[in-house]
Design a protein around this ligand. Structure first.
Ligand SMILES: NC(=O)c1ccc[n+]([C@@H]2O[C@H](COP(=O)([O-])OP(=O)(O)OC[C@H]3O[C@@H](n4cnc5c(N)ncnc54)[C@H](O)[C@@H]3O)[C@@H](O)[C@H]2O)c1
Length: 405
């Protein structure tokens, strides 16, 4: 019997997931309440398969077969033949719960039910389900056909069989699954907050401009994109919604506090590439910074200067000026500490945290491998001296570093 997947929601993520799965020989039932979204998803998928054929990535026959495996429907009914259903609809708890109730009525008793939510708790989505034990998270990354990572989320209510099956199925689609606990932001959307928010804080403090900060992270950190370029690509509104959601769910810890600079840009509808303006302006051939940096002088204690020198030296930075070292140390330090906090809170294994950051958001190295290279005591030294400069607890070191011998 052929494997069959139901995808609920034919938007950006649902259509991308349908493409991946159909290419791996599964039948796909693509479902959306909005008839025009559904028909443009089908047209879009046909074009995508044609393009893959034109580029020589698929033979004409395979491309056609993959496309023909996808069928569209506008109601959640008659899904008894599905092995798995993945929900990828609007990020709204009540609407998702209603979809899971409809799914339970439509699928068989052995179908696994997964949500692609980025920010809601899987246990909360499963609450009210007749069989919450078969509800798991399968968090894909955008664009789903290109990004290898899938975070497999086990809620406290999920049974291990459903979680293991979701993990194994993702592997058969040639994805890279990692396991994570049902906690705010899971792995990637939590650990990546440091990359964005620390960059925003540096900008707000007048340490450097948008393009200078991006350049430091690209050239010295080997990141494919700097934090501001990446926020512009993702969409400032989408990025802010994730920061706000994690902040609220983490009891408003100061290290997750969304930044006013970003809120103001969102209020002005400067959302990044999609609106032609965000941190950069996209009018001409080359993006130009759209924000004027109000530079201020800053004083660092000798202790902090020493800690930055050791941290950046061990991280392999050469020929960087002192401001560049400071920018790099603050951003990478925040990312590494968040990875350590996630590890110490048992969100995922160290390997899975590192794989997730490389495969879900293209980091050049896993943050915990980076911390090993720098030395946990040196990471702690940096965090402690940064902490001495602020009044809230934003740089409090993860146990992994605080307890390093
Ligand atoms: N876009 C991303 O980068 C991204 C990445 C990872 C996860 N996610 C998550 O994936 C989910 C979908 O995001 P998206 O960006 O694809 O959204 P989207 O707005 O592109 O698509 C959502 C689709 O769901 C449909 N829908 C709404 N209610 C429905 C219902 N009751 N039944 C059937 N269809 C319904 C809408 O008509 C729409 O077409 C969200 O939970 C989001 O958090 C998004």
């Amino acid at each position: 019997m052929e494997n069959t997947l139901a995808v609920i929601g034919a938007g950006t993520m649902g259509a991308g997931i349908a493409q991946v799965v159909a290419m791996h020989g599964w039948q796909v039932r693509l479902i959306d309440v909005n008839a025009s979204v559904l028909s443009s998803a089908i047209t879009g998928l046909q074009k995508r398969f044609q393009r893959l054929v034109e580029k020589g990535k698929l033979s004409k026959e395979i491309g056609l077969q993959a496309f023909q495996r996808i069928t569209a429907q506008d109601t959640i009914t008659n899904l008894k033949d599905t092995r798995l259903a993945i929900e990828a609809i609007v990020e709204n708890l009540d609407v998702k719960r209603k979809v899971f109730a409809d799914l339970e009525a439509a699928v068989s008793s052995s179908t696994i039910l997964a949500s692609n939510t980025s920010s809601l708790s899987i246990a909360a989505i499963a609450k009210g389900a007749k069989h919450p034990e078969r509800v798991v998270g399968m968090h894909f990354f955008n664009p789903a056909p290109l990004m290898p990572l899938v975070e497999i989320i086990a809620a406290t209510t999920s049974n291990s069989q459903s979680v293991d099956d979701a993990y194994d199925i993702a592997k058969t689609w040639q994805k890279t699954p990692v396991r994570a606990k049902d906690t705010p932001g899971f792995i990637v959307n939590r650990v990546a907050r440091g990359f964005y928010l620390e960059a925003l804080r540096l900008l707000g403090e007048g340490v450097a401009s948008v393009s200078e900060i991006d350049l430091v992270m690209r050239t010295h950190g080997q990141f494919r994109m700097g934090p501001f370029e990446l926020m512009d690509l993702v969409g400032l509104d989408v990025n802010l919604a994730v920061s706000t959601s994690v902040y609220e769910q983490m009891d408003r810890h100061p290290r997750f506090a969304p930044h006013d600079i970003q809120k103001n840009l969102v209020d002005q509808a400067h959302l990044g590439r999609k609106t032609g303006r965000g941190f950069y302006c996209y009018d001409g051939d080359t993006p130009l910074p759209a924000l004027h940096a109000e530079r201020k002088s800053f004083d660092l204690s000798p202790l902090l200067r020493d800690a930055i020198t050791v941290f950046t030296h061990k991280a392999g930075l050469s020929d960087a000026g002192s401001t560049e070292q400071y920018i790099f140390a603050r951003i990478l330090g925040a990312v590494i500490n968040e990875a350590g906090l996630a590890f110490s809170a048992d969100v995922a294994s160290a390997d899975d945290i590192d794989i997730a950051m490389q495969k879900g958001t293209n980091y050049p190295q896993g943050p915990l491998a980076w911390a090993d290279r720098i030395g946990h005591r040196n990471v702690r030294g940096l965090l402690r001296s940064l902490q001495d400069h602020v009044t809230d607890a934003r740089y409090e070191a993860a146990d992994l570093f605080a307890q390093a011998q």
